[in-house]
Design a protein around this ligand. Structure first.
Ligand code: SF4
Ligand code: F3S
Ligand code: FES
Length: 247
C-alpha cells in the first residue's frame, strides 16, 4: 500500500475547481478503484459514472493527466512513483457534477442518422454478404460508445459552435458503416457531407489515438467515406445524374 496525491475536479454547472486528496493505492488497482476509495473515505458525494469496470460499457470516460481515458482501464502502475494524478471530466460536454458529463449531444447525433435501408420487400435472410464486407463492419461494431473520440476531436472540443453541424467521429463512422453495407440502398454520401459535417474533419487522427477498442476510425471509416463523397462530387456522370434527378 502507498499513498498518492489525487487532484479531482469538483463542481457543477460551469463552476468548480481541483480538490487535492491523499489517498491509499494498492497493487493492481486502476484509477476507478482509487476514485471509489475516495468516495468511501473522504468524498462520499463525489459523482462518478461507471458500470462494468471491465472496459466494455463506455461509462467511465474522463481525462486523466490531460488524456481522455477509461478510468477502469487506467492502471495506477503506469504512473511514475511520485507522479500525482489529475482527474477531470471530459471537456467537450457540459458537466453535470464533478466527473459526470451530459453526453446527450451524442444521442441526438445518433438519432439523426437514417437507419439501415434494405431494398423494398427484402426479408431477413434474403441476402448473403461477403466475409470481407462483414469483417469491415465488425470493426466498427466494436464501439462501446465511450465518446472519448467525440471528446478529443478538436472540431467540437475547441469550437462549441460546430456542434450543430458536426456529428463527430463516432457517428461519421456509423454513416460509413451503413454506406459500406452492400444491402443499404440509401445514398449517404450527400448527407455525410451536408448534414453530418464530414468536411470539418481534417484527419488529425486524435479520435483513433484515444479509442479504447483500437478501432481505426480515421483510416478505415472517415478517409474511405471522404473518398466516396469525392467520387460522387467529381465523377461527371454522377454529377450529371444528380442534376437530372437520377440520384
Ligand atoms: Fe469510444 Fe472508440 Fe466508439 Fe469512439 S469509436 S465512442 S472512442 S469505442
Ligand atoms: Fe476529428 Fe478524428 Fe477527423 S479527431 S478531425 S474526426 S480524424
Ligand atoms: Fe465500464 Fe469503465 S466502467 S468501461
Amino acid at each position: 500500500m502507498t499513498k498518492r496525491t489525487f487532484h479531482v475536479w469538483r463542481g457543477d454547472g460551469g463552476a468548480g475547481s481541483l480538490a487535492a486528496y491523499e489517498v491509499e493505492v494498492n497493487e493492481g488497482e486502476v484509477v476507478l478503484d482509487v476514485l471509489h476509495r475516495l468516495q468511501a473515505t473522504q468524498a462520499p458525494d463525489l459523482a462518478v459514472r461507471w458500470n462494468c469496470k471491465a472496459g466494455k460499457c463506455g461509462s467511465c470516460s474522463m481525462e486523466i493527466n490531460g488524456r481522455p481515458r477509461l478510468a477502469c482501464m487506467a492502471r495506477m502502475s503506469t504512473f511514475g512513483p511520485d507522479e500525482s494524478v489529475t482527474v477531470t471530466p471530459m471537456r467537450t460536454f457540459p458537466v453535470i457534477r464533478d466527473l459526470v458529463c451530459d453526453v446527450s449531444y451524442n444521442y441526438q447525433k445518433a438519432r439523426e442518422i437514417p437507419s439501415f435501408t434494405p431494398p423494398p420487400g427484402s426479408a431477413p435472410g434474403d441476402f448473403r454478404m461477403r466475409q470481407a464486407d462483414v469483417q469491415r463492419m465488425q470493426e466498427f461494431r466494436k464501439c462501446i460508445e465511450c465518446f472519448l473520440c467525440q471528446n478529443v476531436c478538436h472540431v467540437i472540443r475547441d469550437h462549441e459552435e460546430n456542434k450543430e453541424s458536426f456529428s463527430g467521429p463516432r457517428f461519421l463512422m456509423r454513416v460509413a458503416e451503413l454506406e459500406m453495407h452492400p444491402e443499404d440502398t440509401a445514398d449517404r454520401r450527400a448527407i455525410a457531407q451536408d448534414e453530418f459535417g464530414l468536411g470539418y474533419c481534417n484527419i488529425t487522427k486524435c479520435c483513433t489515438e484515444v479509442c479504447p477498442e483500437h478501432i481505426r476510425i480515421t483510416d478505415n471509416a472517415l478517409i474511405p467515406l471522404k473518398e466516396r463523397v469525392a467520387d460522387r462530387k467529381y465523377d461527371p456522370l454522377v454529377w450529371l445524374g444528380s442534376k437530372i434527378g437520377l440520384r
